[in-house]
Design a protein around this ligand. Structure first.
Ligand code: AMP
Ligand code: MG
Length: 360
């Protein structure tokens, strides 16, 4: 990819390519990344969801650097990433049974749980909250990196605040080059949207952010799972989301994004009509394999197959970034059903679109 060239041309962020089977030479890079963390530095790394921007979760200065590198509001807490359940001891106390069951079933994997924080976890990491978000990512590079660092790694997504989350190392480089110490380039991610977040600090588990692990999957292991009312539909000023991050406009491209949802067969007709109101150079359409042939106006980007929602999740943020590269002013995206992974896809799309949606 781009490691050799970049290392010599721009010395301030080191970029290492790492393959999934991690050769012994690559392992040395991971060790180096671990020592950057112990010195209080920042390393972006791949996970199965999106790339994370990591720092020592127990070092307030490191967390502070994460906020400034991203331009992130300081009340938006970070997720602590661990490589072994024993590391949970450094972070949380009163871990309920339901947490143990969820961890056993879904870790390593795209599930973040919220627990009561130990006092050793600085408020800089938790955005001032007495709770801490914890996850064990399902990516061999991430796990090796966390082990080598020897501490839990605080990591939000490795994008500039407000931009779509990075799904490959190139996206990270575009946003954070020169602002962080190192990028571990492990290729494109597998899932493409951020983890499901479940709060376990009250009586019943509450989903604060939908993700790959959906309500049905959670309900198989935990009784009475509910959704935070703040993430149902259009935000209400009177309801405050329990995940502070969910209140910010997020994942957003520069152009004005509109979702056209409903019968997938009728969506293209409406999008074509709306698109033709603008100059062709200003318009972008985000579609799926099934409907690709029905568009011939503007920049058309296909994000996968409707019947394979994972393919859609994986390409979604990249497509939003592509629209920015082409300086598209008006973007139309096809809507999806809100079942299973579609729920998480629609949650991100709604936020990216500022809740602008047309039903056909
Ligand atoms: P990111 O990793 O960029 O997706 O951001 C982390 C997300 O986790 C944000 O939406 C935060 O609001 C959420 N989060 C982190 N810690 C907590 C916590 N203790 N309580 C509730 N939400 C949290
Ligand atoms: Mg983020």
């Amino acid at each position: 990819m781009f490691s050799e060239v970049v290392k010599s041309a721009m010395p301030d962020t080191i970029i290492y390519e790492i393959s999934k089977d991690i050769t012994s030479e690559e392992y040395e890079y991971i060790r180096e990344a671990g020592s950057v963390i112990r010195r209080g530095g920042l390393v972006a790394f791949p996970t199965e969801t999106v790339y994370g921007l990591g720092g020592d979760a127990l070092n307030p200065a490191a967390s502070g650097r994460i906020y400034s590198a991203k331009g992130r509001p300081s009340d938006n807490p970070l997720i602590a990433h661990i490589a072994d359940i024993s590391q949970l001891d450094m972070l949380a106390y009163e871990v309920p049974d339901v947490a143990m069951r969820l961890m056993k079933r879904f870790w390593p994997g795209p599930l973040t749980i919220i627990l009561k924080k130990k006092k050793e976890v600085p408020y800089e990491t938790t955005g001032g909250l007495d709770t801490v978000a914890v996850r064990m990512p399902d990516n061999p590079i991430a796990l090796a990196f966390i082990r080598e660092a020897g501490v839990p790694i605080a990591a939000p997504s490795a994008n500039l605040s407000g931009k779509p989350s990075p799904t490959n190392a190139w996206h990270v480089r575009c946003d954070l080059y020169g602002r962080i110490d190192m990028i571990l380039d492990g290729g494109p991610v597998n899932i493409g949207i951020e983890s499901t977040i479940v709060d376990l600090t009250s009586e019943l588990p509450v989903v604060l952010r939908p993700g790959y692990i959906d309500m049905n999957m959670l309900s198989e292991v935990a009784a009475g799972v509910e959704k935070d009312p703040a993430i149902l539909g259009v935000p209400d000023k009177n309801i405050r989301p329990k995940a502070p991050g969910m209140k910010y406009r997020h994942y957003a491209p520069e152009g004005e994004l509109t979702i056209v949802s409903g019968d997938p067969d009728r969506i293209p007709e409406r999008i074509n009509m709306l698109a033709r109101r603008h100059d062709e150079a200003d318009v972008g359409v985000i579609t799926t394999d099934e409907n690709r042939h029905r568009y011939d106006y503007g920049k058309v980007v296909c994000i996968g197959e409707r019947r394979d929602e994972l393919s859609v999740a994986r390409s979604l943020y990249g497509a939003l970034r592509t629209m920015d590269e082409y300086r598209i002013k008006y973007i139309y995206v096809e809507g999806f059903s809100d079942e299973n992974l579609g729920d998480a896809i629609m949650n991100r799309l709604m936020k990216a679109a500022g809740y602008k949606i047309i039903y056909v």
